[in-house]
Design a protein around this ligand. Structure first.
Ligand SMILES: [Zn+2]
Length: 348
């Protein structure tokens, strides 16, 4: 089968399109999906540059997000059948440990991600547990393959952050950094669904204009404006109820300066660096909640698919590339040019 693979770690220069052995035939409880489209995430850039713990067997198939048609099902699979159009949930858990039994699949002790620990979706075939291949809803106009591929990772991640972890409520204000990123943009759309006020940042005025079109109440250019100062002015010195973070080192101190007493900071990433300082006296005195979040559980995934079926949270696409131009797709993401999801069509 044709696949986009890393031939070594060391960055996106090591990506190549090549023929590799087909994804294995499905075992009991698994399905093999004929992939139509795969969407990119920042995770793919970290994997390309050599994230610790990443599979070091090359060639390694990249891609966490994907959608396609069920090609074969293994013994015992009843949830889907060959020919079904499915979206792939990239978080693979063992469905048996203490945390899985409690319904918290992204806390699984054996949690693995497609395209990071397991062969990914940017290939003509991928084999996954049946629980991870979910029929897409019928929408009008119909969900396209790139939209279906772009849905899972960012929507699941943003949902758990904003709804489950930060518990954002109607009338509250959220600060969301870097609105061009998929998780940030989706977090904003979820915050608006829940009736919150959103302050969004970017270093790019064109992205800020687009964010206002998509629902941002206030936008700040974090390159030319002092975000903490502006946020305090916008909230009568009170600060915001919730900060949605995935930038890390570069924004951490400003995030804390923007947070109200008793506020919640939720983070799922550290794209600018993982080390940040925290004065514990400020933490307890202001009674902040600092919340980590990653991916989401099966119930959260079912809920976002249900919302999609109601016409909510339909993915915002940036650009779609043919498989032969997969490296250009990665370059667009690496250069931070996108607003919304960058997608590769595996089969057109
Ligand atoms: Zn588990």
């Amino acid at each position: 089968m044709r696949a986009c693979v890393l031939t070594a770690t060391g960055g996106i220069d090591k990506l190549q399109i090549m023929e590799v052995p087909d994804a294995p035939a499905p075992q009991a409880g698994e399905v093999r999906v004929s992939v139509r489209a795969a969407a990119l995430n920042h995770l793919d850039l970290f994997v390309a540059s050599g994230l610790p713990g990443t599979a070091e067997r090359f060639p390694f198939i990249v891609g966490a997000d994907g959608a396609g048609i069920v090609e074969t099902v293994g013994p015992g699979v009843t949830s889907v059948q060959p020919g079904d159009r499915v979206m792939i949930n990239p978080g693979i858990s063992d469905y048996s440990c203490e945390f899985c039994r409690a319904g918290e699949h992204s806390l699984c002790v054996n949690y693995r991600l497609l395209g990071e620990h397991l062969p990914g979706t940017m290939a003509e075939l991928v084999t996954v547990p049946a629980q991870n291949a979910v029929r897409g809803p019928n929408l009008s106009p119909a969900l396209t393959w790139p939209e279906a591929a772009a849905f899972s990772l960012v929507t699941l991640t943003a949902w758990r952050m904003v709804v489950t972890r930060a518990q954002l409520r109607v009338g509250e204000t959220a600060l969301i950094w870097g609105i061009g990123g998929g998780v940030s943009l989706t977090s904003m759309r979820i915050a608006k669904l829940f009736g919150a006020r959103v302050i969004a940042t970017s270093s790019d005025d064109a992205k800020l204009a687009a964010a206002r079109q998509l629902g941002a109440d206030v936008t700040l250019n974090h390159r030319t404006q002092k975000v903490a100062q502006e946020v305090r002015a916008l909230t009568n010195k009170r600060g915001v109820d919730v900060v949605v973070e995935n930038v890390g080192a570069a924004t951490w101190e400003d995030s804390l300066r923007c947070l109200r007493r008793g506020g919640r900071l939720v983070t799922c990433g550290a794209t600018s660096g993982p080390q940040a300082a925290l004065d514990l006296r400020r933490l307890f005195w202001h009674q902040w909640s600092i919340l980590g979040s990653t991916m989401g559980n099966a119930a959260e995934y079912a809920e976002i698919v249900r919302r999609l079926g109601q016409g909510e949270l339909r993915p915002v696409l940036d650009r779609v590339y043919p498989m032969a131009q997969a490296r250009q797709a990665f370059e667009r993401l690496a250069n931070g040019q996108q607003l919304g999801k960058v997608v590769v069509e595996v089969r057109s």
